[in-house]
Design a protein around this ligand. Sequence first.
Ligand SMILES: CC(C)(COP(=O)(O)OP(=O)(O)OC[C@H]1O[C@@H](n2cnc3c(N)ncnc32)[C@H](O)[C@@H]1OP(=O)(O)O)[C@@H](O)C(=O)NCCC(=O)NCCS
Length: 175
Amino acid sequence: MIATPRLTLRRMEARDCAAVVAGIGAWEVARNLAQAPYPYSAADFQDWTATHDEGFASGENLPFGMADDMDTLIGGIGLHLRPDGLFELGYWIGMPHWGHGLATEAGHALLDWFRALRPEARIKSNHFKDNPASGRVLTKLGFVYTGRTLQIASLSRGCKVDSLAMIYQPTEERP
Ligand SMILES: CC(C)(COP(=O)(O)OP(=O)(O)OC[C@H]1O[C@@H](n2cnc3c(N)ncnc32)[C@H](O)[C@@H]1OP(=O)(O)O)[C@@H](O)C(=O)NCCC(=O)NCCS
């Protein structure tokens, strides 16, 4: 469990199903995620969360829910080890909660926690080119653009989407 000023980052549980289906189920959220099906169902939530125990046990897949002060899930954030040996940061916030700095707040807390746990790990992310808000979040978190444009498959859109690659390089680590 990771505490931020306004959120608790915690494991997702069966009781979070409706909140996650409502959050990721919105097209404006799903269209900006690579691996979320659309429409997003309770079965999708159950299939996904069934992988979480193994992910946390191996340390290779670390998905957290973002719970508000009523312990209601308003978003999700996670780090996943990719085949290239880098961890990838991903996140979403339910639409009613956009624009209040919550993704940035959760991101700082998760990255601080992870860096203390795995100081040697390298972290990357990317965002679809038509999703500049996520680019802004990543920049605020200390990611910089690598200059590479990737073609990332989006399950919800059913096609590959131009994406901008970023690498985590907080200010104190920049030359
Ligand atoms: C992207 C997302 C996580 C942002 O969540 P949030 O809690 O609103 O983010 P924050 O408030 O911490 O920061 C958003 C920043 O983007 C900026 N922004 C918003 N819309 C923007 C746009 N169209 N163009 C550029 N910047 C934009 C905001 O002004 C803010 O920057 P600022 O603090 O400098 O003003 C949320 O919109 C979301 O869940 N989108 C769908 C899923 C998604 O995109 N996930 C990331 C996949 S890579």
